[in-house]
Write a protein that binds this ligand. Structure first.
Ligand SMILES: C[S@@+](CC[C@H](N)C(=O)[O-])C[C@H]1O[C@@H](n2cnc3c(N)ncnc32)[C@H](O)[C@@H]1O
Length: 217
C-alpha cells in the first residue's frame, strides 16, 4: 500500500474509526499498556497512534510522543488530548518508516494495529529499534495470519480486499518476528481464540546479545 493511498483510506476512517473498531481494539491496547510498567519520567513512542485510543491509558508521569501518517486521524487524537487535558502527550505527523528522532530517544515503544498496515513493516521496525534505547521495551499488538490452515487460506483469499480497506490479512507472525530484530519476551492472546496477538519484546543493540545475525536487523 502506498502512503498517499493509506492517507486517503485513514482520512475516510477518521470520523467513524472509534465507533467501528474501539470495541475490538481497546481491550488489547489497555492490557498491553498496563503490562508495559511505564515508570515516571520514561519516554514512550506510540507509532501509528491513530485516533488516540491508547492515549488516556498512559500514566501522567511519563512523556508520550504519538506519531501518525494521517493528519485526519491525528486530529481526532488531538481532540482527545485537549478534552482530557493530557499535557504529557505530544502528537506529530510523521512516517513511521522515516522517524525524525535521534537514536536512543525512547525507553518504550508501543505499536498497535500498524505493522500490517504500513508498506514496509521491516523498515518501521528498523526505525523503531534505532530510536528505542538499548534494552528498551517494544510492545506490538496486531492481527497475524492464523496457524489454522483453513482460516489462513481464507485470510489469503480476502487479503486483496483487506489491502483495499487499509491492512494486510495474511501477515505471518514468524516472518515479522525474525525480521524485526527484537528479542521476544512473550507473546499472548487475550482469549483462547483471538485474531489479535500481543508481542512483548526487548531491543538489544549489542551484537553479542542480539537474537539477529549481523546484517539482518
Ligand atoms: C488500524 S490504525 C491503528 C491506530 C491505533 N494504533 C489503534 O490501535 O487504534 C493504523 C494507523 O496507522 C497509520 N499509518 C499507516 N501507515 C503509516 C506510516 N507509514 N507511518 C505512520 N503511521 C501510519 C494510519 O494512518 C492509522 O492511523
Amino acid at each position: 500500500m502506498e502512503l498517499e493511498a493509506l492517507k486517503k483510506i485513514y482520512a475516510g476512517y477518521s470520523g467513524i474509526y472509534d465507533a467501528l473498531f474501539k470495541r475490538f481494539f481497546y481491550p488489547r491496547i489497555r492490557h498491553a499498556i498496563s503490562t508495559m510498567n511505564i515508570d515516571t519520567g520514561e519516554k514512550v513512542l506510540d507509532v501509528g497512534v491513530g485516533t488516540g485510543l491508547s492515549l488516556s491509558l498512559y500514566p501522567s508521569g511519563c512523556d508520550v510522543v504519538g506519531i501518525d501518517l494521517s493528519s485526519a486521524m491525528l486530529r481526532k487524537a488531538k481532540e482527545k488530548v485537549k478534552k482530557e487535558g493530557l499535557s504529557h502527550i505530544e502528537l506529530l505527523e510523521m512516517d513511521a518508516m522515516s522517524l525524525k528522532f535521534a537514536d536512543n530517544s525512547f525507553d518504550k515503544v508501543f505499536i498497535s494495529h500498524v505493522v500490517s498496515v504500513v508498506p514496509d513493516p521491516h523498515r518501521v521496525m528498523s526505525e523503531v529499534r534505532r530510536v528505542c534505547k538499548d534494552r528498551g521495551k517494544v510492545v506490538i499488538v496486531n492481527h497475524f495470519k492464523s496457524r489454522n490452515k483453513i482460516v489462513a487460506r481464507f485470510e489469503k483469499i480476502i487479503d486483496p480486499i483487506s489491502r483495499k480497506i487499509g491492512w494486510r490479512s495474511d501477515f505471518c507472525v514468524d516472518e515479522f518476528i525474525s525480521l524485526s530484530g527484537l528479542k521476544i519476551d512473550k507473546i499472548l492472546k487475550l482469549k483462547k481464540v483471538d485474531f489479535w496477538q500481543l508481542i512483548f519484546a526487548t531491543n538489544f543493540k549489542d551484537e553479542q546479545d542480539s537474537p539477529i545475525p549481523k546484517g539482518r536487523a
